[in-house]
Design a protein around this ligand. Structure first.
Ligand code: F6P
Length: 555
């Protein structure tokens, strides 16, 4: 049974509150001074991952209390319900089985008494044979030229995951093949992509779980009209459009042959769907074998999450440390800082994964929670971030826990660049923890020949308090396998936090209202008058828009 425990009513939460009072004034530097084993005791080496948790405000006591907390909450029961396919997404009455999609062990996973693996493998097989035919140049466009470009049209989970993975695994891109992603209903994006592709050799993948999403359907219609302008004959659509969806009816209505449809199921959440046939664009871009390696890596992370004890369990530790900062230290956000240009889309991707999952104020029993839930996730690749927003992390008034991510072996031959990148990755975690005290600043300024008056006025600005927590994730090399692991580790971190906060991590009702109201506003815009009920501000904006628009037309 999936547990439902109010965390603040547990004795461990209470004990953590008291422990926070003891630990809050201790610096990270002092924690290292007290415990020389800290670097090895608070780090995990797992396969090709090294994760250093030691630069966080935790002690053995903190970990003991974390341990009691997950016992009291019933984390093991929650994990069992999740992996066993119980309908833990209660508000949608669905199981949450993205782990089945990467269950490369092939062991049965039962849902409503039926093993889902034959279905999963059948669809995977369909992806494999399609992708192999594509790369063998057996899939040809209306003029018989082989397809060598794809445009994935989707949004949210039907875009961000595949898009992030394709960017991250660019070194694995099939030669002579290019991939594009269109998500925004702003046609500037579609226009930009259409300028780069050739209608005779392009495959459009319409990716949408529901096949009703306004942005995706609008973009899909535009792509179809653009294509028909070139190809002329409607029957050519079959060679250039495929769909990935759970909604066969809507796919048929759109005009795509069910033979050109790749299925997935309602027990796959949008933001957890890159492992399903939503990953078709990934397999087309990097080849089926590499896609399979991505799944295999994620499966290894699933096994790690299932079996590693808390202190060595990377996602559980990430989750608990996140809760420690979020609920006890009062941190509002978490920065994800990949020191790898290939991972430049990773924090954007995680924003949906984390914020759509755990941005909830209603508990599993339908009551308003009395504590903070999901943090604001943000970030950019280092070292660009260092020259942009790190000032605030180092000397601002907010504590921002940061995940630093880097890969030891680069995907390029420029050793000099890579050593500098890695030096920055490591040095930033050191600087954030150590800071620079007054004595060090005075010594530096004296060495520069400043007089005491100058030193006195400049000193406060040059002091770094340090004590900023970081977790460093060092991966041997960014490969399909290690990327699969990295993504799955974060997915499980999100899961653990949702369990502890006692919220429904797998629904997303919070995105519905905006969609509904956009429908009303659109009707007014199309009618060119404000007919629907809106507040005065909204009415005014609509009127001003119509006014500006008509002026533009007149000009
Ligand atoms: O708007 C939120 C959302 O429902 C996401 O959860 C989902 O990933 C995205 O929209 C796209 O939905 P679909 O795949 O059904 O087009």
């Amino acid at each position: 049974m999936f547990p439902s425990v109010d965390p603040v009513n547990t004795s461990s939460w209470n004990a953590l509150e008291q422990h926070f009072e003891e630990i809050k004034s201790k610096t990270l530097v002092s924690l290292f001074a007290e415990d020389i084993q800290r670097a090895s005791d608070y780090s995990v080496t797992w396969d090709d991952f090294f994760v250093d948790f030691s630069k966080n405000h935790i002690t053995t006591k903190t970990l003991d209390l974390f341990d009691s907390l997950i016992q009291e909450i019933g984390l093991e029961d929650a994990k069992k319900s999740f992996f066993d396919g119980e309908k833990i997404n209660q508000t949608e009455n669905r199981a949450v089985l993205h782990t089945a999609l990467r269950n490369v062990s092939g062991k049965p996973i039962s849902l409503d008494g039926e093993d889902v693996m034959p279905l999963v493998n059948q669809e995977l097989f369909k992806v494999r044979s399609f992708v192999n035919r594509l790369h063998n140049k057996d899939i040809r466009g209306y003029s018989q030229r082989p397809i060598n470009q794809i445009v994935n049209i989707g949004i949210g989970g039907s875009d961000l995951g595949p898009n992030m993975v394709v960017k991250a695994l660019k070194p694995y891109q099939i030669e002579g093949f290019s991939s594009h992603f269109v998500s925004n209903v702003d046609a500037s994006q579609m226009t930009e992509v259409l300028e780069q592709v050739d209608p005779e050799t392009t495959l459009f993948i319409i990716a949408s779980k529901t096949f009703t999403t306004q942005e995706t359907m609008t973009n899909a219609n535009t792509a179809r009209s653009w294509f028909l302008k070139h190809a002329k004959e409607k029957h050519h659509i079959a060679k250039h459009f495929v769909a990935v969806s759970t909604n066969q009816q809507k796919v048929i209505e759109f005009g795509i042959d069910p033979d050109n449809m790749f299925l997935f199921w309602d027990w796959v959440g949008g933001r957890y769907s890159l492992w399903s046939s939503i990953g078709l664009s990934i397999a087309c871009s990097i080849g089926y074998d590499n896609f399979y390696q991505l799944l295999a890596g994620a499966h290894e992370a699933d096994n790690h999450f299932k079996s590693a004890p808390m202190r060595h369990n990377i996602p559980t530790m990430m989750a608990l440390i996140g809760i420690w900062y979020n609920n006890f230290f009062g941190c509002e956000s978490q920065a994800i800082l990949p020191y790898d240009h290939l991972l430049s889309f990773f924090s954007k991707y995680l924003q949906q994964g984390d914020m759509e999952s755990n941005g909830k104020y209603i508990s599993r029993i339908g009551e308003k929670v009395s504590y903070q839930t999901g943090p604001i996730i943000w970030g950019e690749p280092g070292t660009n971030g260092q020259h942009a927003f790190y000032q605030l992390i180092h000397q601002g008034t907010k504590m921002i826990p940061c995940d630093f991510i880097a890969c030891a072996q680069p995907a390029h031959p420029y050793t000099d660049h890579h050593e500098k990148l890695i030096a920055n990755f490591i040095a930033q975690t050191e600087a954030l923890m150590q800071g620079k005290n007054e004595q060090q600043v005075i010594a530096e300024l004296e060495a520069q020949g400043m007089d005491s008056a100058q030193i006195k006025s400049l000193k406060p600005h040059k002091v770094f308090q340090g004590n900023c927590p970081t977790t460093a994730i060092l991966i041997k090399k960014l490969t399909p396998n290690s990327l699969g692991k990295l993504i799955a580790l974060y997915e499980h971190k999100i899961f653990v936090q949702g369990v502890i906060w006692n919220i429904h991590s797998f629904d997303q009702w919070g995105v519905e209202l905006g969609k509904q109201l956009a429908g009303n506003v659109l009707r007014d815009i199309q009618a060119e008058k404000v007919e629907n009920k809106h507040d005065p501000s909204t009415q005014k904006i609509i009127k001003m828009y119509l006014d500006f628009r008509s002026q533009l037309v007149d000009e």
